[in-house]
Design a protein around this ligand. Sequence first.
Ligand code: 5GP
Length: 114
Amino acid sequence: MSDTIFTKIINREIPAEILYEDDEILAFSDVSPQAPVHFLVIPKLPIETINDIQPNQAELIGKMVLTAQKLVKEQGVAEGGYRLVMNCNEDGGQTVFHIHMHVLGGRALSWPPG
Ligand code: 5GP
């Protein structure tokens, strides 16, 4: 696959507010926040969509959730509540084809989504 903007963020070719990084995971603030807290958790491995996740990547996906769990505590929204969202393909509203978990919090979020 061709590089997405997220590969450029991983490689520090474009700036981002990095919240967490390890060998496998990066978390950074969304450039267009939809809530007082809105950051993205991504694997460094460039998996295009949720449809492309393989069984042997289950631990990696689990690490994305645990990274979100750690950061919502740091951001002070763990107890108030938050939402994890992963969009897939056109109907899901995916615009960047490198899987990512949105973490949204800091205000009451409506449900169901539009
Ligand atoms: P999607 O619509 O694919 O689920 O979400 C992509 C997200 O990436 C959007 O919320 C968008 O604001 C964010 N985004 C797109 N380009 C950039 C960028 O260059 N920097 C950062 N920090 N976020 C970006």
